[in-house]
Design a protein around this ligand. Structure first.
Ligand code: HEM
Ligand code: HEM
Length: 193
């Protein structure tokens, strides 16, 4: 019996993409834009809502297994890898609004430039850039899993559903090689040195 993510989990996952895309789309070009006090208030409200949603999402989603929909057992090293990417995405999506709020706090204290404000802006930009990289890896991994027809894709994505296990010999070979690789990694970490 394969499992699928709950309706709420899917709504949160897909609805959040709109919020994230809007946040990235409305990004500021320069700190001087914050002289517009209406924009400053809007940015602070948006970042606070964004932060609360990310934290609520994490507290709801952490109860579910990684690779919930998998039809076959997944090596635990592979699960750790996926979990690491998921947690890193959450960290990025928390640091992004937090650093934005810090920029605003410093700005309202009259700190518009200098080493501290520059560092916070650097962290803000870095977390945005890292979020693009992690999301690209995540989408690549989801597509790769779909090609292997593992069931993970269908547990979250409403289109191009998997209805049977993969029969293509090349893909089965890749799957076996991949499983062997993850088993070796597990052995390496579990063998007493
Ligand atoms: C802003 C873009 C995205 C973000 C931030 C994101 C984030 C996440 C996170 C953190 C999870 C783990 C479950 C959770 O805590 O919600 C997840 C699960 C998943 N995502 Fe995404 N995702 C994004 C876009 C996509 C896209 C475009 C696809 C498909 C092409 C996709 C496919 C999946 C699948 C299949 C799962 C289930 C994995 C599992 O059950 O272990 N995601 N996503
Ligand atoms: C969730 C909320 C936010 C998102 C998603 C977001 C996103 C972004 C992104 C993607 C950039 C471009 C970074 C780069 O060029 O590498 C940016 C720049 C910037 N953001 Fe945000 N931001 C958010 C909240 C805030 C807040 C609350 C403030 C301050 C009130 C702020 C102030 C700035 C400033 C000043 C820059 C320009 C940095 C520079 O001069 O290079 N952001 N933001």
């Amino acid at each position: 019996m394969t499992s699928t993510h709950t309706f709420s989990a899917r709504i949160i996952h897909w609805g959040f993409i709109l919020l994230y895309a809007y946040g990235i789309f409305k990004q500021l070009d320069d700190i001087s834009e914050l002289e517009n006090s209406e924009l400053l208030i809007f940015e602070v409200i948006f970042a606070s809502i964004f932060l609360i949603i990310v934290i609520m999402r994490y507290s709801y989603m952490r109860r579910f297994e990684t690779f919930l929909g998998a039809r076959e057992s997944i090596p635990s090293a592979h699960k750790y890898l996926a979990k690491t990417i998921h947690i890193s995405m959450y960290l990025c999506l928390i640091i992004l609004p937090l650093s934005g709020l810090l920029i605003a706090a410093l700005f309202t204290q009259g700190i518009t430039d200098g080493a501290v404000q520059d560092l916070v802006i650097e962290i803000h930009g870095f977390s945005a850039d890292l979020s693009y990289v992690l999301i690209a890896i995540h989408i690549g991994a989801a597509l790769y899993s779909r090609i292997k027809s593992e069931g993970v894709w269908t547990s979250m994505v409403p289109i191009w559903k998997e209805n049977k296990s993969v029969t293509n010999k090349k893909i089965i070979k890749i799957k076996n090689l991949e499983n062997k690789f993850f088993e070796k990694v597990e052995d390496f970490f579990s063998t007493p040195k």
